[in-house]
Design a binder for this molecule. Structure first.
Ligand code: ZN
Length: 208
């Protein structure tokens, strides 16, 4: 399964052989757990599937498989954060594709925080930082938020996640698309609402 924009989604779509209903299957990045959400409507709206997956308590994303995390693993991750013992390994991704190398961090706290931000906001396939509500992430921003030299962030990113490949123009285009998709999702929810109203109104008038 590919996990990047452009391209294919990070979940599988399955058609039930008997009912012919389609569902989207999300697999946890950290354990074998998976969850299934029913796809309604004639056209598959992937954002809706992601939204339904989130409603079930999962962390989910359309393209980035490592952002798909089951409720159990979310809890484990939180506990890991609380314990923060250097001898206790933090949750390791299921496929050992991007094992961060063994380094001597300044503190386990700092290393964990840098890695969490890179996990969440660096797309290693595209080689670009992603945005949160406050704008795009960068080595500099992570360094500032973790209170470490930018070289340390750059080093971890280069070793464990790879180089920055995306030029700013391309990165902006991607951000624009993501923002547009977020609007599309809002619109899809509105349409869904409206359609239900229409259906009720038709029923009330004996027309459906
Ligand atoms: Zn899991």
């Amino acid at each position: 399964m590919s996990k990047r924009p452009g391209r294919s989604y990070c979940f599988d779509v399955r058609t039930d052989p008997i009912t012919h209903r389609k569902s989207a299957i999300f697999s946890c990045h950290y354990c074998p757990a998976h969850t299934e959400v029913t796809i309604s409507g004639h056209v598959h709206n992937p954002e809706m599937s992601v939204k339904r997956c989130r409603e079930k308590g999962w962390e989910a994303d359309m393209y980035t498989g490592r952002l798909v995390v089951c409720p159990d693993c979310q809890r484990k991750r939180k506990e890991d954060r609380k314990v923060q013992s250097p001898t206790k390994p933090t949750l390791v991704p299921r496929p050992p594709a991007q094992q961060p190398p063994a380094r001597t961090p300044d503190t386990p706290d700092t290393r964990t925080k840098i890695r969490q931000l890179l996990d969440g906001f660096f797309d290693d396939k595209l080689g670009t930082y992603l945005s949160d509500g406050r704008g795009p992430y960068s080595d500099e921003r992570i360094a500032k938020e973790c209170n470490v030299p930018v070289d340390q962030v750059r080093q971890i990113r280069e070793t464990a996640y790879g180089p920055i490949k995306m030029d700013p123009e391309m990165a902006k285009l991607l951000t624009d698309v993501e923002n547009m998709k977020a609007k599309q999702l809002d619109l899809a929810v509105d349409i869904d609402h409206l359609q239900r109203k229409v259906n009720d109104a038709l029923k009330a008038r004996g027309l459906a």
